[in-house]
Design a protein around this ligand. Structure first.
Ligand SMILES: [Zn+2]
Length: 380
């Protein structure tokens, strides 16, 4: 076992003591005991010339982790187990779902409803002769007809796809019938490629804007370019003052890892700003336990700017090659890995004091955000 792992255990103990109030004496005793066990194992290995010491001498055998970088954050990096994640702040929570039904229906006004299982969100709009469904997450799509039946006896006549991802529309086929399916043309392209029977191809596509008028109800669909993925659209219900944009803003939460897997990070930052400037009262983000407000979007935009600043400063002030094993000097990818790791560590350290208790999931995805940000700043 390497010193690095021992140090990580020390770091994990540190988190334990901070969040569970573990007694310092017990903590120190446990670390001392672990160190003793490791020392005994290492001395037995040295005496017996065991497989471990032989393997670390071979240049073609992956080595164990080395000494940690200086000033490693106490938040475990990617791939290291976290003993106890930070508590979810009250501001990130929403109303409970009905456990018997498995979903929650939220009235957004004038015939528009949000359905959620408190992890995913979709909508439906009731008009005089039918219902327009917006997204069908496979996790609860089987409940969508039941949710509609709570407020209407009309059939599903239309489905709008926010984007092509299976986790948001993979329940479309199961809704049955022959609905008109509307999506941006890039979504059609991606769905043709996916050839997934659970995601039927759109029957109506558009490039920039599409206004869906059904009875006296209106949905305005618009495409603002690539950010999360090509074809991801803004869905506005002007009479209800509701805007739905999926996988961009996560009210109360950190974005999912790497800015929710944004395929274009500058585009992603720009769309958060666009959402911020638009007129609406309720944001449906496609995820988490509640709808969003303008204050949520302001927080997300502020977080984005802070990550950008922290990563830019870390890129400018971190010296390449420091602490790199001289045997790796001719390996350019090793040099980058060493540099980028230290940039990300500095970025995490910069952001933790302000943000760790402000956005849920900070400890889970902050390393991912810092890696994605420094990568975007270097090459985009
Ligand atoms: Zn998505």
């Amino acid at each position: 076992m390497s010193k690095y792992r021992l140090t990580l255990m020390g770091a994990a103990d540190h988190r334990c003591s901070r969040y569970h109030g573990e007694n310092n004496f017990m903590k120190n005793a446990r670390i001392a005991w672990l160190r003793l066990v490791v020392l005994i194992i290492l001395s037995i290995c040295a005496g017996a010339n065991c497989a471990y010491s032989q393997s670390t001498n071979s240049s073609n055998t992956p080595r164990e982790a080395g000494e940690p970088y200086p000033n490693m954050p106490s938040i475990a990096p990617i791939g290291v187990r976290i003993d106890k994640y930070l508590d979810v702040p009250a501001s990130a929570k929403g109303p409970a779902i009905d456990s018997a039904k498995g979903y929650r229906l939220q009235d957004l006004g004038k015939g528009l409803y949000m359905i959620t299982d408190n992890a995913y969100q979709s909508m439906f709009l009731v008009y005089d002769r039918g219902v327009v469904v917006v997204d069908a997450p496979p996790g609860y799509a089987a409940h969508i007809p039941q949710a509609i039946a709570e407020v209407s006896d009309k059939p599903i006549t239309h489905i709008v796809y926010s984007h092509s991802h299976i986790d948001h529309i993979g329940g479309a086929k199961a809704l049955g019938g022959q609905p008109v399916i509307i999506a941006q043309e890039e979504t059609l392209r991606l769905l043709k490629r996916a050839a997934d029977p659970n995601r039927p191809l759109p029957t109506v596509t558009f490039s920039d804007k599409y206004t869906l008028r059904v009875g006296n109800q209106v949905l305005e669909l618009s495409y603002h370019g690539n950010a999360h993925e090509p074809g991801n659209i803004f869905i506005s219900a002007p009479a209800q003052r509701v805007l739905m944009v999926v996988d961009v803003v996560f009210p109360g939460w950190m974005p999912w890892r790497r800015f929710a897997l944004a395929q274009d990070i500058p585009g992603y930052f720009a769309q958060v700003e666009e959402i911020r400037k638009m007129g609406w009262e309720t944001l449906v983000g496609g995820h988490v336990a509640r709808t969003g407000t303008h204050a949520d979007v302001d927080v997300q935009a502020e977080f984005n700017q802070d990550v950008k600043q922290a990563a830019a400063t870390a890129l400018a002030t971190t010296k390449p090659g420091e602490g790199l094993n001289p045997l790796d000097k001719a390996n350019p990818w090793a040099g980058f890995d060493n540099y980028i790791d230290r940039v990300a560590a500095q970025c995490v350290n910069t952001l933790a004091p302000k943000w760790s208790s402000r956005l849920a999931g900070f400890d889970i995805y902050i390393w991912d955000q810092c890696f994605a940000m420094e990568q975007s700043l270097r090459i985009e």
